[in-house]
Design a protein around this ligand. Structure first.
Ligand SMILES: [Zn+2]
Length: 176
């Protein structure tokens, strides 16, 4: 946590469309998420040879020989974070597949938001539960808050805090 993060953006919006990037400058996007399966969470640890640990926090996702077997990561996010901090455990990569609310009715290309924020990863389970309760495409808000403050001992802390809020079911009426 802290100054190190300033040089490492922890989120990225993957899109070919400049208008999307422009719209995202407003920091809140109205989006449509198809369901809980549109939220992906993987954990990755890289070393000099490449991807050293790739899991979902419980079982390995790759390589194919190990996929599905227990990876040994601790169950609690706080413990995983502690291990990652010392380079001993993987970091989260959370992805959200979505469409912009104005384009959702036109079968527009899916956009992808990707973040390595621990705070965001910690919200994935609750977010999936909220999406499941909607039983279909959900109208949501994607925000990335830029948080900056100075601690009492003068250290400057800055980070991005992505969040997705589920507003309710999405319907064609909302696209008009
Ligand atoms: Zn693992």
């Amino acid at each position: 946590m802290g100054n190190k993060l300033l040089s490492e953006p922890v989120w990225r919006l993957i899109s070919d469309s400049p208008s999307v990037a422009e719209e995202f400058g407003r920091s809140t996007l109205s989006i449509v998420i198809a369901g809980p399966e549109a939220i992906g969470m993987e954990m990755k640890l890289w070393d000099s040879r490449g991807l050293a640990h790739h899991c979902d926090g419980r079982v390995f996702l790759s390589p194919s020989g190990r996929a599905g077997s227990r990876c040994g990561c601790p169950p609690l996010m706080a413990e995983r974070k502690e291990r990652a901090r010392f380079g001993q455990g993987p970091q989260p990569v959370t992805t959200v597949l979505f469409r912009l609310v104005g384009e959702a009715a036109q079968d527009a290309a899916m956009l992808r938001f990707r973040s390595s924020s621990w705070r965001f990863a910690e919200t994935v389970e609750a977010l999936r539960a909220d999406l499941a309760r909607v039983h279909g495409p959900a109208l949501c808000e994607l925000t990335v808050e830029s948080i900056e403050f100075t601690t009492r001992n003068g250290r400057r802390v800055a980070y991005y805090k992505p969040a997705v809020k589920v507003r309710g079911p999405w319907s064609l009426d909302l696209a008009a």
